[in-house]
Design a protein around this ligand. Sequence first.
Ligand code: SF4
Length: 238
Amino acid sequence: MEDPTQPRRNSETCAWVNVIYGCNERCTFCVVPTTRGSEQSRPIAAIQAEISELVAEGYKEVTLLGQNIDSYGRDLKGAGQTFPDLLRAVGSTPGLARMRFVTSHPRCAAQPQPTATTAPTTTTTTPPPSASPGSEPTANPPPYPCARYMSMRVIDAVAETPAVCEMFHIPVQSGDDEVLREMGRGYTVKRFKQIVANIRERCAAPRPAPEPSPEPSPSALTLALALARTLTSPSPSP
Ligand code: SF4
């Protein structure tokens, strides 16, 4: 019988490595927090050991996995265990040619986060402050207010760690602020554009991956497509 706790490897070159399980967000359309529980990060040492073993077996590329990977380490004690720290640490593994990561969350961390109330698994996570799904983002949040979520520190770590590919997977979900608010995503189109602008400034030009809401209205879909076109333009509008 297959052991579901063990990763399944279908390639001899690329491997997926889980670094954080669960999610503390409460997007109104998503069942993941209910089915997978609160965030639980693996220790950096355990991740380093797994990647070193993979390199010794001949793997050249690893992709770090997390439902909301930028919040890696929020549940760990002690300094030096944020996601940028993890990128720099495991991205320096001798013999590792390439490293990628998915998925980032564009939430503005200045705003209160939903409380993780349903967790089928035990965890040491300290739930973030309470807020209702769909609550308004802070009026004028700074572009990167803290070390969690898609921060400038993550972008810097990507730019400065040779093995880490300049690839960002940041679902925009909608080009309509009202739809984003209803989804409880916690950011605006303006905030998303700011992230892309910072990545463009620091790294190679990104390719956005818009993911519209499950049943977008024609106008919301039009806004999503317009945003995608704007972001893929060589000179995106502010
Ligand atoms: S951040 Fe992703 S996994 Fe978490 S609730 Fe939202 S859509 Fe679901």
